[in-house]
Design a protein around this ligand. Structure first.
Ligand code: UDP
Length: 324
């Protein structure tokens, strides 16, 4: 099949491009390289293009005539979204609208969307089911929730078929070490811990030790990027086989506290790096854990790397041998 991937030079997109390529699909990546890396695109062609350029987008989509589209291109920093909300509504919402309009022009009606657990805000029920109400508490989560609403409306109005995947905490790297996470600035827990272990940072700060959790630190559902990439593959197959539009959580269904992740990283790296306990980071809920039964049961998703030490091990290998 011919699959168009926006943001295919980014962390998650590049792992999906790799799996699509391994499965023999023809892939075209569109990326503006604002945060992506051209070396991360292991299969197919890369078209350097910003989704705000609708004319050029039209040309690329017309020439490639894809069977489905996977849309990763987005801005992803919560704190930045609070400081610069327009950037998020432009990049994540308005540019997605451009893409959807062009897809409609060319009759491309199968779409996989990178959504986020941030659409739930501070959920009332944990583990979180897809039926939990959407109450995003920052512009990042809102910019993604807008798109989910647009997709639902399109599905009802035009018979457009989409799958929205709500990611929990994605971590880890290609087990063969070819690609991995490379954000600048980095804000995520596991890469920051590993940069500390490597000696690039003075310490790792634990944001909040007074949460209502067993050890007082926040709990997240960490999913290996390879398993998340595979969720995209099963979602794609589902749509290509005539599946209806739907939404799925992507996580393992259980979580680890910040302290537990720190301890696991000390064990994996063998390094006793410095840890500092500080105040909570604003907007961080106590516990975010997915109920993943829908993805497991409806799409027959079979995660392979549900092991925090393995996740950290692949991320550590990448951190030590980064290619970009
Ligand atoms: N966190 C932390 N120190 C850091 C970065 C993150 O204690 O330097 C905590 C953060 O408060 C949250 C968890 O680690 O509870 C995961 O944060 P991350 O930014 O990786 O992902 P998020 O859950 O915000 O999507």
């Amino acid at each position: 099949m011919k699959i168009l991937v926006t943001g295919g030079a980014g962390y998650i997109g590049s792992h999906v491009v790799k799996q699509l390529g391994e499965k023999g699909h023809e892939v075209l990546t569109i990326d503006n390289l604002s945060t992506g890396h051209k070396e991360a695109v292991l299969y197919g062609k890369l078209e350097i293009l910003d989704l705000s350029d609708k004319e050029k987008l039209r040309e690329v989509i017309k020439n490639f005539s894809s069977d489905a589209v996977m849309h990763f291109a987005a801005s992803i920093e919560v704190a930045e979204s609070v400081e610069n909300p327009l950037k998020y509504y432009r990049n994540n919402t308005a540019n997605t609208l451009n893409l959807l309009e062009v897809l409609q022009e060319f009759g491309i009606d199968k779409f996989i969307f990178s959504s986020t657990a941030a659409v739930y805000g501070e959920p009332e029920n944990v583990p979180i089911k897809e039926t939990e109400s959407l109450n995003p508490i920052n512009p990042y989560g809102k910019s993604k929730a807008f798109v989910e609403n647009i997709l639902r409306n399109m599905s009802n109005a035009y018979g457009f078929k989409y799958v929205s995947l709500r990611y929990f905490n994605v971590a880890g790297a290609d087990p063969e070490g070819r690609i991995g996470e490379s954000h600048n600035p980095e804000t995520h827990l596991i890469p920051l811990i590993l940069k500390t272990a490597k000696g690039e940072r003075e310490n790792i700060k634990i944001f909040g030790t007074d949460y209502p959790t067993p050890d007082g630190t926040a709990i997240r559902d960490y999913i290996h990027v390879e398993d998340l990439a595979n969720a995209h593959i099963v979602a794609l197959e589902y749509l290509l086989n005539g599946g209806e539009s739907d939404v799925f959580n992507c996580g393992y269904g259980h979580g680890y506290s910040v302290r537990e992740v720190v301890e696991a990283a000390k064990k994996v790296t063998g390094i006793d790096f410095p840890v500092e306990e500080t105040d909570r980071r604003p907007g961080d809920p106590a516990i975010l854990v997915a109920d993943n039964s829908k993805l497991v049961n409806n799409l027959n998703w079979k995660p392979k790397y549900d092991d925090i030490e393995y996740i950290i091990k692949t991320a550590w290998n990448w951190e030590l041998n980064k290619k970009f």
